[in-house]
Design a protein around this ligand. Sequence first.
Ligand SMILES: [Mg+2]
Length: 391
Amino acid sequence: MPKPLLEVGGRPFLVWVMREALRWGIEEFVLLAAHLGERVVTSLGELSDALPRSVPIRVGMEPSPCGTGGALRHALPILDEQFLLLNGDSLFLGALGSAFAAFAADGADISCRVSLRAVVNAGRYGVATLRGDEVVGFDERPNGSGPGLINAGIYLMDRRVVELAGPVSSLERDVLPCLVKQGSLRGTVADGWFIDIGIPADLDIARQELPRRMRRPALFLDRDGVLNRDFGWVGSRARWEWMPGAIEAVRAATAAGWHVFVVTNQSGVARGYYTEADVVALHDWMAQTVRLAGGTIDDIRYCPYHPDGTVAGYRRASDWRKPAPGMILDLIRAWELDPAVCALVGDDPRDMAAAAGAGVTGHLFHQGDLTTVVRKILAACEVSSSCDGST
Ligand SMILES: [Mg+2]
């Protein structure tokens, strides 16, 4: 059995890893399945069914064992210009926010950014030496023990890195030292809960703790009047103006270990003011902008319907349209949330009604700085013992 497929909390461990990546907008997975790859292929349905969002999953299987670098090299034809590379048998909660933001700010000469974590005993892992945030040394599994910055197995990289990998090579032994020599490797030191199921004791810890840790509190945000100024029918970036503190509020909630979701009525589609594709494009940009600042919007629900609409196909009532709670309920189902540790911020009584209908606490927002409101919600939850998503 490949380690990533070992059962943890009623599903393959890999599902937890993929679920975390989905929160940062990953739209497709390629599983590099060297060892017992057939088992991975037969598990694809189970993996897909257990994810909160449907995304394509492909398996890149090399013809013969060729190392971690070789496996990546073999997948080169199907890799994007930039991509996220994750170990399938470890999980580092809280690492992706700072990594995405830092990689986006890196210059063109930087081809890879690795997430690092300070540990008391680094003997089992690869250890990095930093100068500023440049990785100037990399030792794989050094002899002896002691504190160190370990390679957490999370890389943001571009295709130039893969071109350095030989057809049979090791990412850790061959490719990373090459990047160090080029001066093109950066490290992001992050803090957070880390588990590597490579040894049985840690597999047991994962089985005990992971389901609880991944059942995070969730912040639902209305869009118009909360994230952006409500000019009426905002369907394009030209008409988008962030509310004060909106981006920082999302970053703070993400950093506290919360899911962040957007639930928004967009009857402008049904009324013919803009198209559904316009809404999706605007939301992609909105989520990307937040990610460049270190936060994330995990998922979005919008309702394009209205009973008085003029556009065929969108003229109808919908139980997703607030004040009905359909969008919130759908997110609770997909992400397996506990409504008791969810909160919604909206600027309209319909938002409050939708929250109540889903069993979620609603907070009415009247202008001002969104960060102030969100920090109060985060702090109140921290005080109650039921919220432990971040630690
Ligand atoms: Mg609103």
